[in-house]
Design a protein around this ligand. Sequence first.
Ligand SMILES: *[C@@H]1O[C@H](CO)[C@@H](O)[C@H](O)[C@H]1NC(C)=O
Ligand SMILES: *[C@@H]1O[C@H](CO)[C@@H](O)[C@H](O)[C@H]1NC(C)=O
Ligand SMILES: *[C@@H]1O[C@H](CO)[C@@H](O)[C@H](O)[C@H]1NC(C)=O
Ligand SMILES: *[C@@H]1O[C@H](CO)[C@@H](O)[C@H](O)[C@H]1NC(C)=O
Length: 483
Amino acid sequence: MGLYHLAIGLVSFLSMVSGAMTIGANWGTQASHPLDPAIVVRLLRENGIQKVKLFDADYDTLKALGKSGIEVMVGIPNDMLATLATSMKAAEKWVSVNVSTHVTKNNVNIRYVAVGNEPFLQTYNGSFLRATFPALQNVQAALVKAGLGRTVSVTVPQNADVYESSSGLPSDGDFRADIRDLMLTIVKFLNDATAPFTVNIYPFISLYTDSNFPVDYAFFDGNANPVNDGGASYYNMFDANYDTLVHALQKNGFANLPIIVGEIGWPTDGDRNANIEYARRFNQGFMSHISSGKGTPMRPNTGINAFLFSLIDEDAKSIDPGNFERHWGIFTFDGIPKYALNLGTTNAGTLIPAKGVQYQGRKWCVMKQSAKLDDPQVAPSVSYACGLGDCTSLGYGTSCGDLNAWGNISYAFNSYFQMQDQHDDACKFPNLSTITKTDPSTSTCRFEIMIQPYYGGAAETLGRAKKALGLVAGLILFFLTIV
Ligand SMILES: *[C@@H]1O[C@H](CO)[C@@H](O)[C@H](O)[C@H]1NC(C)=O
Ligand SMILES: *[C@@H]1O[C@H](CO)[C@@H](O)[C@H](O)[C@H]1NC(C)=O
Ligand SMILES: *[C@@H]1O[C@H](CO)[C@@H](O)[C@H](O)[C@H]1NC(C)=O
Ligand SMILES: *[C@@H]1O[C@H](CO)[C@@H](O)[C@H](O)[C@H]1NC(C)=O
């Protein structure tokens, strides 16, 4: 253990005795209308979120994090793994552009590089099995070569099914048979590099995929029937899952490898189990669990290093896994807290909304009162609107699941209209739609208005230039007209 690690250890020890909570958040940007990164960084700071995990290395996002002190895990998307695996030059270039520059020029506190994201997920059919380890080796070598070997660690965020337990008990945990050798190679490499194992744990998915899953066991209230594992009692799925990994590591000779929980959370919409009540119960329970400092039965009295999934909703995420996929945020897409959540990081004791968010006009596209529900144009119009808009809040048990047919159709029209930045042509469903200034929202169902589009640093300058040009052209036209 070097002096640096001792110092870091001291800092974590001090923050533990002083009782200050440390929590991270995942900041994804697959949104039709992402927030300005500067607004998000302020949101993170005001809510006392000290660590952030990114899925790529977007320049503006990283630059906005500069001088904030917030610890950053930057991500390498899976589709870059093959290139980085086969070319050391590419890995050096990636580290130079996406890490070194930001650390030295922009003062970004980059601490981890996530090489790939859940690359061994079974739905990928093994596409990334070969590239992940060599990419990990090359990125690590490139970090060392860039002089960042001591401050920046590599890791590979894994889905929790890279390990399993034949009996279901944590003590029978081991790496999944078909990828066991590969996992052990990666784990040994991480161990040698004093790098952490990162895992994403999702009790929600267990409940979603298995209707017999005991609901209380997904949460942290201690209401579930405990699972007894050789004297150790498990009252929640999180602890059992985490300890299955600890057993798998221990069994293979890596008992002390640090673990980061890369993603943990609960969605609020898009499924009957995805709602505000469950999300609050889960996330508040998790925060209390980690702030207690109790750890898990296998790693008692050990801090749990975790990143909530996620910070803000992303309305452009693929819904292949399910409609809930666009609703994981503790904040809505525009930075409004969805429910009272005490992270234990601020004196406010609850989430603080984003500041300085600019909205588009207060108008909505709805179905005309005079239009007929059985108009043959309704079905194709709704299906077009939902295809390009976002209808994941419609359906059984969702926030807009109680709308009547008129509300349903209007919701679809409005979603498309707002996604198209309220362009007049986007509310021209044949004889069916009209623009209104009356908010059609109900107590549970929000008919959203999008925020002003963010064009990014470089594009912003371009936008300003275009606007200025437009103004000049307008003025010329004006003079021509009056002359
Ligand atoms: C840096 O990261 C971005 C975003 O992930 C990526 O598009 C780009 O190719 C990377 N740059 C290099 C030189 O690899
Ligand atoms: C994986 O294989 C299945 C069945 O062969 C196929 O439907 C699916 O598209 C494949 N997925 C990927 C990511 O290649
Ligand atoms: C509303 O739309 C959803 C999904 O698009 C559909 O399942 C439901 O039956 C509709 N409800 C009404 C009252 O039309
Ligand atoms: C709209 O309604 C008018 C009057 O009822 C009708 O003449 C016209 O054909 C309709 N247009 C479409 C596209 O359905």
